[in-house]
Design a protein around this ligand. Sequence first.
Ligand code: SF4
Length: 245
Amino acid sequence: MLTISTLTDQDIQHLNDQVLMDKSAKDVLTWSYETFGDELVYSCSLGAEGMVLLDLIEQVHPGANVIFLDTGLHFKETYALLNDVRERFSTLNIKALLPENTVEEQKEKYGDRLWARNPDQCCAMRKFEPLQKELSKYTAWISGLRRAQSPTRAHTPFIGKDHRFSLLKICPLIHWTQDEVWDYIYKNNLPYNPLHEENYPSIGCAPCTAKVLDGGDERAGRWSGMEKTECGLHWPAESEREDEV
Ligand code: SF4
């Protein structure tokens, strides 16, 4: 079994440069499920890329494990989409991960609107910790990151070592453009979050997601007005950060 411990950096480079380089997203997923089977999990945020990946994963590996981070702070449209997704992709095993504290308990313990005062702490408790606990059961995870989404994602490889969560990370959509994602959604009549049609290209928790005006990058509406740009789930490990600048 390939794991973060058994693969050297040269092995990872070989996989990216030789084995996976010219493969389509579906072919990358096929290789991934043939290699890792049910040791592989997809963490889906229910964004547009998520709809594409759910559709491809269901074709490649019915019964695949999928997780959604239910922070308790999503838009009502996102929760409605979760129901639609469960119906549409009924063969997939979709599990919603809850944080230790409800929103009300967090308010009692840490004060009101923690996301506005300390979003890193809020993300750590509502996203990072539940995800870390769940990912510890797996060898590899799938993410819908695309290189064109933002400068911090511009060098994302098909497969890499995710030292933060101690497993391998596979990103089948790295070369897709936003237009290609939407062409796939329309062509296959997939469900999607209606907020995308109201200038929300990237949708996270309601308190931390704003509309994007013309000219902003796809993730400009996330933590708008704050220095924060990522929730911390997809930062590269320290040893990889210089490649990201
Ligand atoms: S995105 Fe905002 S509300 Fe959601 S967990 Fe992070 S800081 Fe909290």
